[in-house]
Design a protein around this ligand. Structure first.
Ligand SMILES: *[C@@H]1O[C@H](CO)[C@@H](O)[C@H](O)[C@H]1NC(C)=O
Ligand SMILES: *[C@@H]1O[C@H](CO)[C@@H](O)[C@H](O)[C@H]1NC(C)=O
Length: 432
């Protein structure tokens, strides 16, 4: 009797001690979480100052990557990531960048014939030797590399998206044998994947574009030695954008005029947001909705975009630009205008014969030759500083409320996307 009584008393004491320990544990945990949230909030607001961000940034980046759930890398992926640390080429030819240079980021996949045309057009851009060109590759393709390696007209830095689906032949984010396909039900078929809002499963080829864009944005603003300290503008172009000789000089004037002439403008653009248009050719600057050809903005705007990582990564549309128009820009609390010239300085081209609803005048390429020529007036800087600004209000286009075209339903894609936003230690996404 007595023995069992003592036994139960000992047991009670043990239970009480265990309880106490777990209560202390929980309290500590809650306290820690609180502190984290406070740190997050604090950093969120203090990030209004970019210098502070840069300072905190370096200390957290190494720690953070360990806590992320990024896919296990294969050899190619690791070697690409290491290669991204290599210094720019042509430092011997152009040892110094001009003060107030606008960095140019060219993001490409695998259309060497197009890339050659774009690179040739860049070689004729006045002022390009003053700046750094970053070529961001979605996948590793020898022919694409050969073209980039041949560039001699400015500093060039190549970066490769190490988590591109094109780098993973048989595991996520590439195609994995366990993935659900098309309209498979994941429960019934015992396959992996979450369908999008229309019931379709992910396609690695299709999601790669949005992944690349987001990885590239995070990397050029927050992840590269060469650009982390860059407080000016960065211009973004693609492998099917022909760039006019006056693009760089025009852009310098536009970004200089922006604060005075269009304080509401977030960016400057090389081309109209209507990709078919080559501009109104008026004697006036134009402010309109943000376009997707030759958009140029600064770090302040990047931080605003980055803070919307959750919105960007969870919106069910595989297009980065539609995602921006329908979720990120509307969350800025007002129309997001960009400033541009009345004559275009960049053209989006396609393959001749494939009109894709662009009409007969669409810029196109056939066997490496383009179907248009640059006029003399577009070879020199042609933006006048005394022009007024014509504002297009209430333009048509994708807006808040649009639910997306789908293709971005898989939780794994959304999580990898969020991890890209955290990869370099940016703490301005408030955890929920
Ligand atoms: C970051 O680390 C450096 C040394 O590694 C230190 O001097 C600096 O104070 C740290 N900054 C912050 C904000 O913790
Ligand atoms: C960056 O651009 C935004 C929008 O045009 C502007 O409000 C901000 O002052 C600029 N930041 C810097 C550091 O120039």
């Amino acid at each position: 009797m007595k023995a069992s009584h003592r036994k139960s008393r000992v047991r009670d004491a043990v239970i009480r001690r265990l309880l106490l320990i777990s209560v202390i544990g929980v309290v500590l945990f809650v306290l820690l979480m609180r502190t984290n949230t406070i740190v997050d909030l604090f950093t969120k607001y203090s990030f209004e100052s970019d210098e502070r961000f840069e300072e905190i940034h370096n200390n957290y980046s190494l720690v953070l990557k360990k806590n992320l759930n990024l896919p296990k890398q294969n050899e190619l992926s690791i070697s690409l990531e290491n290669r991204n640390q290599m210094p720019p080429r042509n430092l011997d030819l152009y040892p110094k960048l001009a003060k107030n240079h606008i960095v140019i980021v060219l993001y490409v996949h695998n259309r060497p014939q197009y890339l050659q045309v774009v690179v040739d057009s860049l070689s004729r851009v006045v002022g390009i030797s003053e700046t750094l060109l970053i070529v961001s590759h979605d996948g590793y393709f020898k022919e694409m590399n050969k073209i980039v390696e041949s560039i001699k007209f400015c500093q060039v830095k190549q970066i490769f998206a190490p988590y591109s689906p094109h780098v993973f032949p048989n595991t996520f984010p590439g195609i994995s044998p366990y993935d659900c396909k098309d309209k498979d039900g994941s429960l019934k078929m015992k396959c992996e994947g979450t369908p999008d809002q229309y019931g379709n499963h992910r396609s690695p080829k299709i999601v790669s574009l949005k992944h690349h864009w987001w990885w590239m944005m995070n990397t050029v603003w927050d992840g590269l030695e060469e650009t982390r300290g860059h407080f000016g503008h960065i211009l973004f172009i693609e492998e099917d954008h022909f760039i006019y000789p006056n693009a760089y000089r025009n852009l310098q004037v536009l970004t200089e005029l922006k604060p005075k002439k269009c304080p509401h403008c977030y960016a400057a653009n090389l081309a109209p947001s209507d990709v078919k248009s080559r501009g109104e050719k008026w004697e006036s600057l134009i402010a309109e909705r943000m376009g997707n050809v030759g958009y140029t903005f600064n770090r302040t705007v990047w931080r605003m975009i980055h803070r919307k990582a959750r919105e960007f990564c969870s919106f069910d549309d595989y297009n980065w630009d539609i995602t921006m128009w329908a979720t990120v820009y509307p969350s800025f609390g007002g129309p997001v205008y960009t400033l541009r010239a009345p004559r275009t300085s960049a053209i989006h081209f396609g393959k001749c014969g494939l009109h894709q609803g662009q009409g007969e005048n669409a810029a196109c390429i056939d066997n490496g030759a383009l179907n248009f020529e640059v006029e003399e007036i577009d070879k020199v800087q042609n933006v006048k500083r005394n022009w007024g600004v014509h504002v297009y209000e209430h333009q048509a286009g994708y807006q808040a409320g649009f639910r997306g075209w789908g293709g971005w339903g898989d939780i794994r894609d959304r999580e990898m996307c969020l991890d890209f936003a955290k990869m370099y230690g940016a703490l301005d996404i408030v955890e929920v």
